[in-house]
Design a protein around this ligand. Structure first.
Ligand SMILES: [Ca+2]
Length: 132
């Protein structure tokens, strides 16, 4: 994060900050057994709670249509992400692969979508394989 972005947060700007300040990523921890080699979206931070798995070739334009037990869909709920695939994925704030977006590289993870910018938490609504 740049110093300029930090200053903008302190000044109280909100949505406009989202662009250019993306969630911090790192190498992923061990995969959930059923999500080996997949992209995993988690409802809670630290890879907990309801989750969905996507193979490297999969995309979903409306996360609200995909059931994720036990607590319904993951529309606007993702708080951590693991990418065990060999492909980058693009995560979008709106359905239909639109709105603000960022790329999660192959073999990286995001333990907390609130860090460093809370804007991205509980926002992801569509997912497409490949870089943004
Ligand atoms: Ca969440």
């Amino acid at each position: 994060m740049s110093v300029r972005s930090l200053m903008a947060v302190a000044c109280g700007a909100t949505a406009a900050l989202a662009l250019g300040v993306f969630p911090a990523s790192a190498a992923p921890a061990a995969p959930v057994a059923s999500c080996d080699g997949a992209l995993v979206l988690w409802d809670n931070v630290s890879y907990n709670g309801t989750h969905l798995c996507f193979s490297s070739w999969e995309s979903e334009g409306d996360l609200g249509k995909l059931p994720a037990l036990p607590s319904g869909s993951l529309q606007d709920k993702t708080s951590s992400v693991q990418n065990f695939t060999n492909s980058a994925f693009c995560l979008f704030v709106d359905n239909g692969y639109s709105g603000d977006r960022f790329t999660i590289a192959a073999h990286t993870s995001i333990v907390d979508m609130r860090n460093p910018n809370p804007y991205w938490n509980d926002k992801i609504s569509s997912v497409r394989s490949g870089s943004c």
